[in-house]
Ligand binder design. Structure first.
Ligand code: HEM
Length: 185
């Protein structure tokens, strides 16, 4: 996992919780990196899982809730750090349709060794889309947070239903069905 993701996570913990909490979770995690991350560096994604686990102990909040929270936060940060991949789209459906073939392809050029999930999508109706997450990393909660952040960004009331399918040879597998609640004029 790229250092940019770790740096954004640690900054969020510092800003939204405290500097002490940020220091404490690094100290109590067993990290090969010792918690020093550069944006373009690559680190085991297990370090993120460990940091979130330590944060969950300290805040007494479930790990999935914290991963979702971070996903929502990170999407909002992407609108600031990489606006060109967000502001060129008019809706959540539009961005999600090009995530796999365009946005994450560009991310791979920007961040060498990026470990990205794969997404398939299908338009089920004008107001409904199926979005399927597959990854060698079990980060569907994080993906859900990013999807929620994307929906919030475009300000479209949306119902999101998630179904986790069994992990298979291709790793984690979750289906998200997004239903736009009000038809656009
Ligand atoms: C709703 C939209 C998006 C979703 C659902 C999404 C999903 C994800 C997920 C789940 C991961 C974690 C890796 C994994 O699970 O295997 C990831 C990684 C990443 N995504 Fe996205 N993403 C979205 C939009 C974006 C945008 C707009 C950018 C901006 C450039 C971006 C840049 C990245 C980067 C830099 C990583 C880290 C790769 C690494 O650590 O090696 N994503 N994305």
């Amino acid at each position: 996992m790229k250092g940019i993701v770790f740096r954004e996570f640690m900054q969020m913990v510092e800003d939204q919780f405290s500097l002490e909490t940020a220091d404490a979770i690094i100290e109590s995690s067993k990290l090969a990196s010792a918690g020093s991350y550069t944006s373009v560096g690559t680190y085991p994604h297990e370090e993120m899982v460990e940091l979130v686990h330590q944060l969950s102990i300290r805040l007494r909040k479930p790990v999935p809730d914290l991963l979702k929270h971070f996903g929502r936060h990170l999407f909002q940060r992407f609108t600031v750090i990489h606006p060109q991949y967000v502001t060129t789209h008019q809706s959540a459906f539009e961005l999600l349709s090009v995530l796999d073939d365009h946005v994450h392809v560009e991310v791979r050029k920007l961040y060498r060794d990026a470990e990205l999930p794969s997404f398939e999508h299908e338009h089920l109706a004008d107001n409904r889309m199926l979005f399927v997450y597959r990854s060698a990393r079990a980060l569907a909660d994080f993906a859900e947070g990013l999807i929620e952040g994307c929906i919030e960004h475009f300000g479209e009331p949306m119902h999101v239903e998630r179904v986790d399918l069994p992990v298979d040879g291709r790793g984690a597998h979750s289906q998200f069905t997004l239903t736009r609640l009000h038809e656009q004029p």
